[in-house]
Ligand binder design. Structure first.
Ligand code: AMP
Ligand code: MN
Ligand code: MN
Ligand code: MN
Length: 277
């Protein structure tokens, strides 16, 4: 059986391990096909591919984009696209600039709340990676302003918390189109996270999405059943992955724990061909 995991993060966004380290961890977990799906960036993929070169691990190009319409914040995964696509690079550069601006505003909010964190520290922690809230959470832990990473989110950084600032998001159509024009397939990420998962799938399918992330740790058995059904009805493909960011506090990595049918890989490549210019 081919062991597959198509959703994970590296230090190129908010993961704890570098792309090479993630490749090594994937190998330790006997994985044979992975996709690196960092938030708004493809910067980790080349390093991951070099690290996997000559081994029996393949690395599929991936990305995770934040999209939203009037009512929903939905994550979109992209697979098997050209990582050098110019329009994609341009759009990602814009998103990165906006993230810096937004992180600085979150820092201002924290300062107003009496938390003396500086933007420079957050930037240092993010390093070359795309700045995201977990870097700010880490800064608060380092400064001793919170006892844990989770406390930083619960008290300050979470979506309904006082320091939160939303970030620029693409419309569903923009996100899907960005991936398609780069020659890849677009997939609705972690349906369990949305209030109305099937509604989200229908809406995104109407916008041209290619697939659904059915094999995801927090998708309940019942939801998986419903998703498989709707996938068949709407002719969508199914994918899966564990959304690995860091080792959990209980020591578990949570990498490669989903049983993903090996046909998924051929289907991604077959569907992606539709979008090759
Ligand atoms: P950003 O892209 O900067 O909005 O940061 C989003 C990331 O922050 C997510 O991908 C998670 O890794 C993390 N995150 C968001 N909300 C929470 C939360 N309530 N608890 C823990 N981590 C969170
Ligand atoms: Mn994340
Ligand atoms: Mn996500
Ligand atoms: Mn993710």
């Amino acid at each position: 059986m081919t062991k597959i995991d198509l959703h994970m993060h590296t230090t190129a966004s908010d993961g704890e391990y570098s792309p090479s380290e993630v490749v090594r961890l994937a190998q330790d977990h006997n994985l044979e096909v992975i996709a690196i799906t960092d938030h708004d960036t493809v910067a980790g993929i080349r390093e991951a591919r070099s690290a996997a070169y000559g081994t029996n691990l393949s690395v599929i190009a991936g990305i995770e984009l934040g999209c939203e319409n009037a009512t929903r914040d939905v994550h979109l995964l992209g697979y098997a696209f050209d990582i050098d696509n110019e329009h994609l690079q341009q759009k990602l550069d814009e998103l990165h600039e906006h993230r810096k601006y937004r992180a600085a505003r979150i820092v201002e909010n924290l300062n107003e709340l009496g938390i003396p964190v500086q933007y420079e520290l957050v930037q240092d922690i993010a390093g070359d990676g795309v700045i995201a809230r977990p870097h700010i959470a880490q800064a608060l832990v380092q400064l001793g302003m919170v006892a844990s990473y989770q406390e930083a989110f619960d008290n300050y950084l979470g979506n309904h918390c006082p320091a939160y600032v939303p970030r620029l998001r693409l419309s569903p159509h923009e996100g899907i189109d960005l991936i398609h024009q780069a020659g890849g397939v677009a997939v609705v990420a972690h349906p369990c996270r949305y209030e109305d998962p099937l509604g989200v799938v229908r809406e995104f399918a109407a916008q041209g999405v290619d697939g659904i992330e059915v094999y995801y740790p927090d998708n309940s058995p019942q939801l998986r059943q419903q998703l498989l059904q709707i996938a068949q009805e709407l002719d969508l493909m199914v994918t899966g992955g564990c959304d690995f960011h860091r080792r959990a506090e209980d020591g578990q990595f949570g990498l490669g724990t989903e049983h993903i049918p090996h046909e998924v890989i051929a289907e991604i490549l077959r569907r992606a061909k539709r979008y090759h210019g």
